[in-house]
Design a protein around this ligand. Sequence first.
Ligand code: GLN
Length: 540
Amino acid sequence: MDTKYVFVTGGVVSSLGKGIISASLACLLKARGFRVTIQKFDPYINIDPGTLNPYEHGECYVTDDGHEADLDLGHYERFTNIRTSRANNVTTGRIYQSVIDKERHGDYLGKTVQIVPHITDEIKRSVRALGTTGRYDFVITEIGGTVGDIESLPFLESVRQLRWELGQNALCIHLTYVPYIAAAKELKTKPTQHSVKQLQELGIQPDVLVLRTEKHIGHDMRGKIARFCNVAPDAVVQSIDVDSIYKVPMKMHEQHLDEIVMRKMGVPVEGEPDMAPWTAFLHKLDGATEVVNIGLVGKYVELQDAYKSINESLFHAATYAGYKVKIHYIHSEKLKPENVGTQLGDLDGIIIAPGFGQRGIDGKFVALKWCREHDIPTLGICLGMQCMVIEYARDVLGLEDANSTEMDSTTRHNVIDLMEEQKSITNMGGTMRLGAYDCHLRPDSLAAKAYGATEISERHRHRFEFNNSYREALEAAGMQCVGTNPATGLVEVVEVPALRWFVGTQYHPEYSSTVLSPSPLFRDFIRAAIEFKHENENKH
Ligand code: GLN
């Protein structure tokens, strides 16, 4: 079968959940046995979100091949269990960069370089690049932003052209908002009508409308929307608020979104998607009543999107354990020896978050000392792991000024430092260790027990590393380096075996946790937290 291209656009307001709808459709198509991938176009000028502050765009997700990507790619992986890559996230900046590079290289043979056709051609090439690999039956392309934005225009123009070129192999799903006006007790369709008109003005007739709504949209109202928007009545689907994003695929399937898409693209509809493992997860979710309380110590507590993948990984792990997870966001800047007891005292497990820079770092040390002294299950991720090493070096080894050279470039005890080969690189985007790296685990470690393997691969995003000259001293003092990169000898995992569950990873296990294949490390962390909770309950 030819590769089918599905475009997902959004109207009326942002944050309607285009990423979740795209991921849900992909999830259903995959469960029907198709090979699917999802791609996100971001209309901003940054080359990638790597240099963006989390306050701007939430977490920066990292793909296996080391691309710093929009957090929607995390949803794609969590819903489809399919790995994404650099080709799955393209920004306006990247499009312009490659057009400008080609222009400098003389590739346009003296022509005037313009938005149409040169920028649009580059966008179209990026869409088709995934299809021409021959690896996918469906390429779902989510266009970031909202119809009417100046910056998404070249993307929408490219969609218009591609629909023309691809015929039945292209389809457009438009996601809009149907607000409920409480005073009038009515749902309103006008914003949807306007948004579709705006799309039509750009030459795009949507094939399917997905209506985000708080209240059920009845048959009559769907008929009205269909009539005004030139869309078949059965292709008007509602996306009603649900208590978990993971319920959206089933909601879409109940309204036959997968079938509608297939039928419109001439793909024979046979049987049903195999959603059994997915519904088993939802069953566990609905059956869970008891709560496990996890503290997340970090500096972006006001903005939970900053820790999106960690939140989701905890949620996957707790759900499979039959628990609800309550995440307590603990502001590392406000954590002091005086208040650590009240802040962490009632929690069942603590995560020390990743991060960059000095701000909030002291609170992480305070938290770690408390966790160690009270033997609370603790997982340190990236900067969290580096803090574990620093705190241990200071408090247990007695190296009072132990630090990372990221925080203090003149420290005498640089237990975390830049590696020689990185020191000469000054470009902020260029110095990071990014993407999946192999790690060898000591067979007797908690990590090896969790993964059920000694050879693993996980994704990284950091500049600084454990300084191996302190390895011997730390190990003699009880902190074991149980995971190392087989090629470079860099330390990837530390543990303190004298404690019940105290693990730090230089890598980010949260990037690879999906609904159907949850992170083993988070699973064991949550198990340890549940055990700890029960022990405490029995004591009282
Ligand atoms: N700031 C640390 C480094 O660059 C850790 C980064 C992170 O936590 N992602 O090494």
